[in-house]
Ligand binder design. Structure first.
Ligand code: PLP
Ligand code: ZN
Length: 410
């Protein structure tokens, strides 16, 4: 039983069949999946959701498949942590962390979008999948394609962190390191996608892929005992996740699963790669492309595909945006680790640093519910912090050697 009606243009609202399409041929707007919400409302109750396994597919009627899911059966339902230690440092009352740094199988939120993309790619008849990636998407497509027995072509900028390169290579896809930045990789992939019959998860089947991000928001609402938080801070690269978090909350409201959504959504980017933040601050309809320069490489997209919609989402919700410098990112990674025991990657550093700024600026009030979106794992971006940490103490394997050090400490 499928609840997808088809695809719909986000700009002119023209309808399209549920095929391999991603741009409107009339206005060049991007397409998104259109559901039969009336029918979904009849079947998707809280009881139904609660009776299902704790993974992202417990909301499957709101995801764009025609049959049953085949991928990501252990993906999602990551912890929502009440972060009291960090709350104390930031001077706020009710703070949570949605922790996708421990998502299955590749430790980032990208496992959600890839699970949907691969399940749908198979339904559409593809045997080869591909992606243009800033790192985490590469890891997830590599791993999940291996599990699904699909061929995978992975295109990445040549200067990615070693951890992200190895965490793709280990699954034995074809990894292509392009001498250029992400925006150049993406442009190349668009050309390849028009020539080869491959499912580029974030290009030609993007409307289906992007829907997977909604599950991050569904889980937050469920884990907060069926309500939306008042504030949520989201790291942005192409700007898709932030728009889908908002869409997910609004869908839950529409289905009567949560009360009216009053959530303000905030966009976080690295300084040196913040075209969406700039557009929000200037309330500009044009997203001015930049040449990215930040240690938050997973967010280093200078020409974001969904930048315009991300800006719209933030301003519509009454939220705001901020950027974090490289130094602020490193400090924030250390702060999160030392208060909550979570080692996040540079994107998480951006989000924590930006949350801190927004609280200091009084954009986020201290006495309301706040969720920080942690979307990736710190073991993948070790070079960002290694030089900034104290070195281990070296001793001989004797008690006296230890005590010599220990005496000096006291
Ligand atoms: C891809 C990514 C994002 C942002 O995703 P967009 O949907 O492109 O804005 C955020 N955090 C991490 C760790 C990512 O890998
Ligand atoms: Zn259109």
């Amino acid at each position: 039983m499928s609840y997808i009606k088809g695809l719909k243009c986000r700009e002119c609202h023209r309808h399209y069949p549920k095929e391999v399409l991603f741009v409107c041929e009339y206005c060049f707007g991007s397409l998104e999946v259109d559901y039969d919400y009336e029918a979904i409302k009849k079947v998707l109750t809280k009881e139904k959701i609660l009776s299902r396994p704790k993974n992202m597919w417990r909301y499957k009627e709101l995801l764009p498949l025609e049959g049953e899911p085949t991928d990501g059966l252990n993906t999602g339902f990551t912890p929502l942590i009440r972060a009291n230690n960090l709350a104390k440092v930031l001077g706020v009352k009710e703070l949570y962390i949605k922790d996708d740094s421990v998502n299955h199988p590749t430790l980032s939120f990208k496992d959600r979008v890839v699970a949907v993309a691969l399940s749908r790619a198979k339904e559409l008849g593809f045997r080869t999948v591909a992606c243009a990636s800033t790192g985490n998407l590469a890891n997830s497509v590599s791993a999940q394609a291996a599990m699904a027995g699909l061929r995978a072509y992975i295109f990445i900028p040549a200067d990615l962190e070693l951890g992200k390169v190895i965490a793709s290579l280990i699954y034995a896809p074809t990894v292509v390191a392009v001498e250029g930045n992400y925006d150049e990789v993406n442009r190349l992939c668009s050309e390849i996608a028009s020539k080869y019959k491959w499912a580029f998860v974030n290009i030609n089947i993007r409307p289906y892929y992007a829907e997977g991000s909604k599950t991050y928001a569904y889980e937050i609402a469920e884990q907060l005992n069926w309500r939306a938080p008042l504030h949520i801070v989201v790291p942005s690269a192409g700007g898709s996740l932030i728009t889908k978090i908002w869409k997910g909350l609004k869908e839950f409201e529409k289905l009567g699963l949560i009360p009216e959504v009053k959530t303000k959504v905030y966009c976080a980017q690295g300084k040196g790669s913040s075209p969406i933040v700039t557009a929000i601050k200037e309330n500009s309809d044009i997203i001015k492309p930049v040449k990215p320069k930040t240690i938050a490489k997973s967010l280093a997209i200078g020409n974001p595909a969904d930048g315009y919609y991300a800006k719209d989402t933030v301003l519509q919700s009454g939220g705001w945006a901020e950027e974090a410098s490289d130094e602020e990112i490193v400090e924030a990674i250390k702060l999160l680790a030392s208060t909550e025991g979570i080692f996040t990657e540079t994107a998480g550093g951006v989000t924590v640093a930006v949350t801190k700024k927004l609280i200091e600026q009084k954009r986020i009030p201290p006495d309301e519910s706040i969720v920080i979106s942690i979307t990736g794992n710190g073991l993948k971006t070790q070079e960002a912090v290694y030089e900034k940490l104290p070195k281990p103490i070296k001793i001989k394997p004797t008690l006296s050697s230890f005590e010599e050090y220990h005496r000096k400490e006291q």
